[in-house]
Ligand binder design. Structure first.
Ligand code: SAM
Length: 419
C-alpha cells in the first residue's frame, strides 16, 4: 500500500486514472534492482521516471516531476548496459570468441538474451528480462494470410527482410550445432533487440561481423515510448560513465515522457517496432516513375525523350510521393514538365521554379496526376476489401489496416488536390 493514503488516491482518480502507475511485481523488482546495482557500482541512481500505463499506448514512462528542456531524464551506468563487451565477457562470449565465423552485433545480443532467459532467476539480468514483452507484432510474426493484406511495396520490402532474418537464424543455429534454438525463441530475442536497443558505438572487435549496426540494450531506459515530436539528446557520457537521455522538451508532472526512434513512417514503425501512430507526418505513398511516365504516354504527351532528359538531369525522378499535402515537390514538377508543349519546354526554368506556366499546362499536369493515381487508388480499394470487419480483426490485422487506411486517406486528399 503506498504511503500517501487517501488524499493522493482521490487526486489520482480526478486525473482520470491515466496514467496508471505500473506496480507489477516485475516492474517494482526492476526499479529496485536498477537503484541497488547503480549504487553498489558507485553511481548515483537518477531517474525522474516511473513506468506507467497510458490509454491507447500501453506501458511507457511517466515523469514524477515537471521537466524542462535540458533536463536529464534517465541515466544508465555502463555496467548495466548490455553491450557486445558484456556478451564477450560472459560464458556465451567464450563460444563467440572460439568460433571461426563471426556474428553481427544484433545476433550476438539476441543470443545473449536467449541464453540469459534460459537461466531464469539465476541470471544477473533476470529483473530486466522479466519485463520484456513475451512476443511482438513486427514483420517476423506475419502469417501467410496477413502478408496478403500488405500494400505491394511494403510486401516486397517485408519479403526481403524475412529472408534476412531467416539467414540470421540459420547462422545462429550453425553457430551452435549441438543446441536447438527454436525459431520462435530467436524471433523473440531478435525483435527485443531490434525494437529496444540504443545506438552505442564501441571500437570494432575481431569477434564481430561488422555491419555498421552499433547496438546496446539499456534496461529501464528502454521503457520509453516513441513520439515524432519528441526532441532528445541521447548517448554515452564518458565523464559520468552513463548512457544518458536529455530531453529538449518541457513536461508537466505525470506526463508521459517520449523519445524519438527516428523520422519513421508507419510502414517502418509497424514492421520494425510493431505499432503505428495516428496521423504520422512522415507517412507517404510512393509513386513509381514508370507508372507516371506511362500515364503521360496514355494522354499522348509529346517530346517525351527530351522531357525525361530534363527530369533526370535535375534528379526529379526520385522521391515521387504523395502525402497529406498532396503531390511531393518532385512529383508536382515532373507532372508539369510532362505536360509542357514545345514552347514551354524552352522555358523549363519557370516550371522548375515552381511557377504555373500556363492554364493548359496546369490542366494537363493534373490530368496526368489523376491518371497515375487511378491504379494506386484501385489497388488500395482492392486491399481494403480483403479485411474482415474491425470487430473480428486480429491485432496484426488492425495494425495493417491502419497503414492501408492511411494510404487511402493520402490518395484521396491527393486526388482532390488535382481534381
Ligand atoms: C523501446 S520499447 C518502449 C517500451 C514498451 N512500451 C514497453 O512497455 O516495454 C518499444 C516498443 O514500445 C511500443 N511503443 C513505443 N512507442 C509507442 C507508441 N507511441 N505507441 C504505441 N506503442 C509504442 C512498441 O511496441 C515498441 O516496439
Amino acid at each position: 500500500m503506498p504511503r500517501h493514503g487517501r488524499t493522493k488516491r482521490t487526486r489520482k482518480r480526478k486525473r482520470g486514472n491515466d496514467p496508471r502507475i505500473d506496480l507489477s511485481k516485475e516492474i517494482v523488482t526492476l526499479s529496485k534492482w536498477m537503484k541497488r546495482e547503480s549504487i553498489s557500482l558507485g553511481f548515483k541512481w537518477k531517474s525522474h521516471l516511473h513506468p506507467a500505463f497510458f490509454t491507447g499506448i500501453g506501458r511507457g514512462m511517466m515523469t514524477k516531476d515537471s521537466l524542462t528542456g535540458g533536463d536529464i531524464v534517465v541515466s544508465i551506468p555502463k555496467p548495466l548496459l548490455i553491450t557486445v563487451e558484456t556478451v564477450l565477457s560472459s560464458e556465451i562470449g567464450e563460444l563467440v570468441k572460439r568460433q571461426k565465423f563471426k556474428l553481427s552485433r544484433q545476433q550476438i545480443l539476441s543470443l545473449f538474451l536467449l541464453s540469459e532467459r534460459s537461466k531464469g532467476d539465476n541470471s544477473f539480468w533476470y529483473p530486466y528480462i522479466s519485463v520484456l514483452p513475451q512476443s511482438h507484432t513486427t514483420f517476423g510474426y506475419l502469417s501467410a494470410r496477413e502478408l496478403t493484406l500488405l500494400p505491394p511495396k511494403l510486401l516486397t520490402a517485408v519479403k526481403s527482410k524475412i529472408m534476412d532474418i531467416k539467414q540470421a537464424y540459420k547462422e545462429v543455429r550453425d553457430f551452435f550445432p549441438g543446441e536447438s534454438i527454436a525459431h520462435e525463441d530467436f524471433l523473440w530475442s531478435w525483435f527485443c533487440v531490434n525494437s529496444r536497443s540504443v545506438f552505442y558505438k564501441l571500437g570494432g572487435s575481431e569477434f564481430v561481423k561488422e555491419d555498421g549496426n552499433h547496438l546496446a540494450l539499456a534496461p529501464y531506459l528502454d521503457l520509453l515510448n516513441h513520439s515524432v515530436v519528441a526532441q532528445v539528446e541521447a548517448g554515452f557520457n564518458n565523464e559520468t560513465g552513463c548512457y544518458e537521455i536529455r530531453t529538449l522538451d518541457n513536461y508537466k508532472k505525470y506526463d508521459q515522457v517520449f523519445i524519438s526512434y527516428g523520422s519513421h513512417d508507419n510502414y517502418h514503425l509497424l514492421m520494425e517496432y510493431g505499432f503505428t501512430l495516428p496521423d504520422n507526418p512522415n507517412d507517404a505513398v510512393m509513386m513509381d516513375y514508370d507508372v507516371v511516365l506511362n500515364s503521360a504516354k496514355s494522354l499522348d504527351v509529346n517530346h517525351l525523350e527530351k522531357k525525361q532528359d530534363l527530369i533526370q538531369q535535375h534528379d526529379l525522378h526520385s522521391k515521387l510521393t504523395c502525402t497529406v499535402e498532396g503531390l511531393s515537390w518532385n512529383l508536382l514538377i515532373v507532372t508539369r514538365i510532362l505536360a509542357m508543349d514545345w514552347n514551354e519546354l524552352h522555358q523549363w526554368k519557370v516550371v522548375l521554379n515552381g511557377d504555373v506556366i500556363s492554364n493548359r499546362n496546369e490542366s494537363l499536369s493534373r490530368g496526368i496526376a489523376r491518371s497515375f493515381l487511378t491504379p494506386y487508388i484501385q489497388q488500395n480499394r482492392d486491399l481494403l476489401f480483403k479485411f474482415p470487419p474491425e470487430s473480428s480483426m486480429t491485432t496484426m490485422e488492425k495494425l495493417i489496416s491502419s497503414v492501408v487506411q492511411m494510404e487511402r486517406k493520402i490518395l484521396q486528399i491527393t486526388w482532390t488536390s488535382v481534381s
